[in-house]
Design a protein around this ligand. Structure first.
Ligand SMILES: NC(=O)c1ccc[n+]([C@@H]2O[C@H](COP(=O)([O-])OP(=O)(O)OC[C@H]3O[C@@H](n4cnc5c(N)ncnc54)[C@H](OP(=O)(O)O)[C@@H]3O)[C@@H](O)[C@H]2O)c1
Length: 227
């Protein structure tokens, strides 16, 4: 129970990597806020954490809506008094040749993967006296990958936000970008049907737990790749 009394918001935690992160951190005794757009999913994960002896609540929210983001932050503070860790995990994938990508598809990826991270950072930094913000980027945020141009652009942007914020916030908030290789989730299966992923979601959740528990091992602004 190494995260007892810590309050942690995990975005996009109704399924995929986020679900495993929320459950893993819940096992360490943290107060977990499970959030996403699909109420049945976030309610289920919340119940699973509580049934396992943890302490979780669920709050429905779309990361692309500033009203929703503020609502999640405010309700978390009302319930638990403060926020210690934010995991910006919610994301959307797209595998398409650049010139075949529609503007609406570009906008959707940028809205979820970049604006969503921006909105959470913008609204939470002033409310955190000290803490940790982990932004889930990707190996696709470190190198351009054919057929993933727009997704790569969005994940490079997440690293930019992380590094710049680390320089701007001269207080006790640590910023880390986590860049996993491919992970066996619904997103990967939709984008790469029939292929084998580098990682299981539990492995990403384990790394997130390590960053939360052993913050001193990590430098603010750092991008950590795992494969
Ligand atoms: N899978 C991989 O190979 C891989 C590799 C590296 C990095 N990543 C990154 O890891 C993160 C999680 O990916 P995943 O593979 O777990 O994807 P996933 O299985 O598709 O899950 C995505 C999660 O994000 C939520 N979400 C999507 N749009 C949202 C929005 N507008 N507002 C709030 N929540 C939203 C979804 O819930 P709702 O739809 O219910 O809102 C869901 O919980 C993403 O940032 C992804 O880019 C994935």
């Amino acid at each position: 129970m190494r995260l007892e009394n810590k309050t942690i918001i995990v975005t996009g935690s109704g399924r995929g990597i986020g679900k495993f992160i929320a459950k893993r951190l819940g096992k360490e005794g943290a107060n977990i806020v499970v959030t996403g757009r699909t109420e049945s999913d976030i309610e289920k994960v919340c119940n699973e954490i509580n049934d396992d002896g943890g302490r979780a609540i669920f709050i429905k929210g779309d990361v692309t809506s500033e009203e929703d983001v503020r609502d999640v932050i405010n309700k978390t503070i009302e319930k638990f008094g403060r926020i210690d860790v934010l995991v910006n995990n919610a994301g959307a994938g797209l595998r398409k040749l650049l010139w075949e990508t529609r503007v609406e598809e570009f906008e959707e990826i940028m809205d979820v993967n970049v604006k969503g991270v921006f909105l959470y950072m913008k609204n939470i930094i002033p409310k955190m006296k000290e803490g940790l913000i982990i932004n889930i980027s990707s190996g696709a945020g470190k190198a351009g990958i054919p057929t993933l141009s727009v997704y790569c652009a969005s994940k490079f942007a997440v690293i930019g936000l992380t590094e710049a914020a680390a320089g701007e916030v001269g207080r006790n908030i640590k910023f880390v970008a986590l860049c996993p290789g491919s992970v066996n989730t619904g997103m990967f299966k939709r984008m790469f049907p029939g292929e084998k992923a580098d990682l299981e979601p539990e492995e990403v959740a384990e790394k997130v737990a390590d960053i939360c528990i052993h913050q001193g091992k990590y430098r603010s602004g750092e991008s950590i790749e795992i494969y």
